[in-house]
Design a protein around this ligand. Structure first.
Ligand code: SAT
Ligand code: MN
Length: 589
């Protein structure tokens, strides 16, 4: 009988015939293999050793200055029918896309090693997990995939058992932005990426598989693949609620996932458990609740701003065995970025640091570290069943209008809140920074199919027997007239999470408004926070006129997904718009 690995071997042979590598290396994920890869990269300049006294096992990678972020304009979803990719994706016909990118792959690995990386996204024994194989010519990608996924022998064994896996082909190519494509073929469970070594473009298990391809698979299989962190909040009674939260890239998912409770909360016995900081796969369990796993095994976090104040858990995690990408270094060869004490001497491009050249660390510089090194890493993160989700949170960078927190009145309203999400753009993708754009469920760059179908899929979870989580929207980024943030953020965000949990447990009344349920007077615990009453009032105000304009914009945005926009969602938008009009009409009458 033919082994299920035959398909894999055939594919590897086909790829080798096209790319013509000098050697093929099947990755086993062992320590020995990792150490050899590091040695190789230290020799060829892919890695630079950092101070081994202060940062044992830590290395620096400098990418090409034109290859420092995801490239959404070069990222394609290639479905047979263009309509299936939706207006939210760039589309190319599959045959044309294969031809275009295969021409680039032709002979591209000559004289080099081709690495075959079997990996599993999620706990190796979880029915929610999915496997893939990435073929790459980049040892940096192999080293990162080893940290970010369950890579090697165990994954290969699961692939042999199951037979199916996502095929990912990657080559660093010439790093020429003119010869760069990230192509997805969801109908073939295939990814092809050429010309970039940057995380989201090259670590194919991450955005390409765990979000774009997985979201497509999830739709037909009845689950959700989301751009969400997962965090456990344990109250002084020892009960833990798990919260999944969607924010766009570089909006604080890692910080929220590793939150340190304010001192008073710590004294009272509150604890925070980290399950994931970027991706969440959820599926209804037998009890009707949504159960979630983090498909990743590590963090690929934004370095700048990570400090003892903002995220001490992340800082503790990256004190050893970490790969830093595009950070600066100090005189004694320690990694450095804006937000850390000390001074940089060399910038992210390896030049002597000169403030005239901009920040010392690239704003999208990153650390890659195993999740196991996080002091708050939850043992439940390895649970094959996943964790039950009590609340789903949406949020973005909104300098005005959006209140600190609001709760959806039901699932449909929650889906509308997620669909309507907007955020100012960040350095995680190339292009202008600080421009407001709609980013439904923080999935704009990652949803592998038509947003209209995606909204319908979200709505479909609301059915008999389901016990869905409550849905909230938060905004940590509201600014005052002086341009400063109104909310202190970071650890203090626990105050908002505590209110959500009180709502979930039926212990807080809340206050109904046309846009959703807000904390009633006194329900947000503010003791120990030095904040004028007016500031809190501003954070929780409902500006009716501003919201009417917003609802109009949301309606127009939703219409851009016609004819696949679910009518129920547009009706929900109209319901909220009318609720906003009603008090004004009453007042005018
Ligand atoms: O795309 S990455 O995974 O490199 C980082 C991000 O944008 O979230
Ligand atoms: Mn992300």
């Amino acid at each position: 009988m033919a082994s299920k690995l035959d398909t894999l071997e055939h594919w590897v042979n086909d790829v080798a015939a096209m790319t013509r590598p000098a050697t093929i290396h099947w990755c086993d994920g062992s320590d020995t293999e990792y150490r050899a890869l590091v040695q190789l990269m230290l020799q060829n300049g892919d890695l630079i050793e950092l101070n081994q006294q202060t940062h044992p096992g830590c290395y620096l990678h400098r990418s090409s200055p034109s290859d420092v972020a995801r490239v959404e304009h070069l990222t394609f979803v290639c479905t047979g029918d263009q309509a299936d990719a939706g207006p939210n994706n760039h589309w190319m016909a599959p045959a044309e896309a294969h031809t275009k990118i295969d021409a680039l792959f032709d002979g591209c690995m000559e004289g080099r090693t081709m690495y075959v990386i079997p990996y599993c996204m999620g706990p190796i024994d979880s029915p929610l997990s999915r496997c893939g194989v990435e073929i790459t010519d980049s040892p940096y990608v192999v080293a990162n995939m080893r940290t970010m996924t369950r890579m090697g022998a165990a994954a290969l064994a699961r692939i042999e058992r199951e037979g199916s896996f996502v095929k990912g082909l990657h080559s660093t190519g010439e790093l020429d932005p003119e010869r760069r494509f990230i192509m997805h073929f969801p109908e073939e469970l295939t990814i092809k990426s050429y010309g970039s070594g940057y995380g989201g473009n090259a670590l194919l298990g991450k955005k390409c598989h765990a979000l774009r391809i997985a979201s497509y698979q999830a739709r037909s299989e009845g689950w959700l693949a989301e751009h969400m962190l997962i965090v456990g909040i344990e109250n002084p009674q020892g009960q833990t609620h798990y919260i999944a939260a969607a924010f766009p890239s570089a909006c604080g998912k890692t910080n929220l996932a590793m939150l340190i409770p304010p001192e008073g909360y710590r004294k009272d016995g509150w604890r925070v458990w980290t399950i994931g900081d970027d991706i969440c796969w959820m599926r209804p369990g037998e009890d009707g609740r949504l159960y979630a796993i983090n498909p990743e095994a590590g963090f690929f976090g934004v370095a700048p701003g990570t400090s003892r104040n903002s995220n001490p858990n992340a800082l503790a995690s990256i004190a050893r065995d970490t790969i830093f990408t595009n950070v600066a270094v100090t005189a004694d060869n320690q990694p450095w970025w804006e937000g850390l004490p000390g001074t940089p001497v060399t910038d992210w491009q390896g030049r002597p640091y000169d403030p005239a050249n901009g920040p010392a660390a690239h704003p999208n510089s990153r650390f890659t570290v195993s999740a196991k090194q996080c002091p708050t890493w939850s043992p439940k993160a390895e649970d094959a069943r996943g964790v039950p989700i009590s609340a789903i949170v949406f949020g973005g960078r909104r300098p005005s209008l959006l209140p600190l927190v609001m709760e959806a009145r039901d699932w449909t309203h929650g889906v509308l809140m997620g669909a309507a999400m907007g955020s100012e753009t960040t350095a995680a993708a190339t292009g202008a920074v600080g421009v407001l754009r709609r980013d439904s469920m923080a999935m704009k760059p990652f949803c592998g199919y038509h947003y209209g179908d995606y909204f319908a899929h979200w709505l479909s979870f609301d059915k008999a027997g389901s016990r869905l989580p409550k849905v909230f929207h938060v905004n940590w980024f509201r600014k005052g007239k002086d341009g400063k943030f109104l909310w202190p953020g970071f650890g203090e965000n626990l105050r908002v999470l505590e209110w959500m949990i009180a709502r979930v447990e039926g212990k807080a009344r809340g206050m109904e408004t046309p846009i959703g349920i807000l904390p009633a007077n006194g329900e947000l615990k503010m003791d120990g926070v030095d904040m004028p009453r007016e500031t809190l009032a501003e954070l929780l105000e409902v500006d009716t006129q501003g919201w009417q304009t917003e609802l109009h914009a949301i309606g127009e945005y939703l219409d851009s997904f016609r004819p696949r926009l679910p009518a129920r969602l547009r009706q929900e938008q109209q319901r909220v718009a009318q609720a906003l009009d009603t008090p004004r009409k009453a007042a005018n009458a």
